[in-house]
Ligand binder design. Structure first.
Ligand code: NAD
Ligand code: MG
Length: 322
C-alpha cells in the first residue's frame, strides 16, 4: 500500500514537471512585444547625409535584424539577388534570406561600400555565399552584367528583389529638373524593367520576384510628385507581370511600406521638418524599422506562399493602402 502511494506521488510529480502549471506557463511562455514601444519614436534629431547616405551613420542606427532575426530554414538552398541590399529594407531582406538558408547577392552604389561590407559579413557568418556587386542600375548594360554575375557566382537565381530606389522631396514641381526626374524614373522604373528582363531566362518555376511599392502609390504626398508616380508604376508592373508569368510558375508580388527609418529618408527623401516627426502620424506613433518588414520578403519568396501572386503586402503602421 505504502509503495503504491509513493508510486502515485511520483507519477503526479512527473506529470507536473511535463505539464507546467497553467498560470506560470502562460507567463513564462508568452513573448508579447508592444509595437508602440518596441522601436524608437519621434522626435528624431535633424540629420542630413548626401545621397545615397549610410545606414551606419544614422542616429539612431536602423534595426535591420542584425541581432534579432532568427531563421528556420524556410529558404534553404535558394539564391537571391537583392538590389539596394546594403542598407534599409533591402538589407533586412538580405539578412533574413541568409538566416533562412539562402545564398545572397547584393547590389548597391560604390559610395555604399561600408554598409555593404557589413551585410556581406553577416551573410557569410551564416555559412552562405555572399556576393557584392556594386554599380549604378541607371545603366542598362550594368543591369545585364549585374544579373549575369549574380547568376554565375551564386550558381543560379530564384529570388529577385527589385528594392533599390531613389526618393527626393521637392516642394514644387518647378524645383524638379529634367535630370532629377530622370534619376527617379531610371532608378525606380527602368532598372527593375532591365533587371527583370535579364533575370527572367534564369528563373525556373517556383521562383519569386518582389517589387518595392509604397503607400505613396495610393496616397501620394505633395512633395513626392515624381517618386509617387514610380511607386504606382511598381504596383502596376507587379500586377501585370504576375498575370504574364503565372502560367510559367513564377510569382510576382510587391511590398508597400509606410514610413520606414532608412538612409533614403535622411539623404533628401524627407524635408528636415518631416524627418524630426517621421512616423508620428501612424497609429503606432513611430516609423517602422527595416527589420519589421523582413518576414514579409521571406514569406513572399517561400514555396509555402505558392498561391500569392500579383499581391501587394502592406506594412505601414496602421495608415495607408493596401
Ligand atoms: P535605402 O536608402 O536604405 O535603400 C535604397 C537603396 O537603393 C540604396 O541603399 C542604394 O543602394 C540603392 N540605389 C539608389 N539609387 C541607385 C542606383 N542608381 N544604382 C544602384 N543602387 C541604387 O532606403 P530604403 O528606404 O530601404 O529603400 C528601399 C526601397 O523601399 C526603395 O524602393 C524605396 O522606395 C522603398 N520604400 C521605402 C520607404 C521608407 O519609408 N523608407 C517607404 C516605402 C517604400
Ligand atoms: Mg544604402
Amino acid at each position: 500500500m505504502e509503495e503504491q502511494i509513493s508510486r502515485r506521488e511520483a507519477i503526479e510529480k512527473l506529470t507536473q514537471m511535463i505539464t507546467p502549471d497553467e498560470n506560470s506557463s502562460s507567463e513564462n511562455q508568452t513573448n508579447l512585444e508592444d509595437p508602440t514601444t518596441k522601436h524608437p519614436k519621434p522626435p528624431f534629431n535633424k540629420q542630413f547625409q548626401p545621397f545615397p547616405g549610410l545606414a551606419s551613420k544614422m542616429e539612431p542606427v536602423p534595426d535591420h535584424g542584425e541581432e534579432s532575426y532568427v531563421g528556420s530554414g524556410r529558404l534553404k538552398g535558394r539564391k537571391a539577388l537583392v538590389t539596394g541590399g546594403d542598407s534599409g529594407i533591402g538589407r533586412a531582406a538580405a539578412i533574413a534570406f541568409a538566416r533562412e538558408g539562402a545564398d545572397v547577392a547584393i547590389n548597391y552604389l560604390p559610395d555604399e561600400e561600408e554598409d555593404a561590407r557589413q551585410v556581406i559579413e553577416l551573410i557569410e557568418r551564416e555559412g552562405r555565399i555572399a556576393v557584392a556587386i556594386p554599380g549604378d542600375i541607371r545603366d542598362e548594360e550594368f543591369c545585364k552584367r549585374l544579373v549575369s554575375e549574380a547568376v554565375s557566382r551564386l550558381g543560379g537565381i530564384d529570388i529577385l528583389v527589385n528594392n533599390a530606389g531613389h526618393q527626393k522631396s521637392n516642394e514644387s514641381i518647378l524645383d524638379i529638373s529634367t535630370e532629377a526626374f530622370d534619376r527617379t524614373m531610371k532608378t525606380n522604373i527602368y532598372a527593375p524593367f532591365w533587371i527583370t528582363k535579364a533575370a527572367l531566362p534564369h528563373l525556373k518555376p517556383g521562383s519569386s520576384i518582389i517589387g518595392l511599392s509604397s503607400v505613396q502609390a495610393y496616397d501620394p504626398s505633395k512633395d513626392l510628385y515624381d517618386y509617387a508616380q514610380t511607386k504606382a508604376a511598381t504596383t502596376s508592373y507587379v500586377k501585370s507581370l504576375a498575370k504574364q508569368l503565372g502560367p510559367k510558375g513564377i510569382r510576382v508580388n510587391g511590398v508597400a511600406p509606410g514610413p520606414v527609418w532608412t538612409a533614403l529618408e535622411v539623404s533628401g527623401g524627407q524635408t528636415q521638418e518631416n524627418l524630426v516627426k517621421f512616423g508620428d502620424d501612424t497609429p503606432l506613433g513611430r516609423p517602422g524599422q527595416p527589420a519589421e518588414l523582413a518576414s514579409i520578403f521571406v514569406q513572399l519568396a517561400d514555396n509555402n506562399a505558392s498561391f500569392a501572386t500579383g499581391q501587394i503586402y502592406g506594412s505601414a503602421g496602421g495608415n495607408g493602402q493596401p
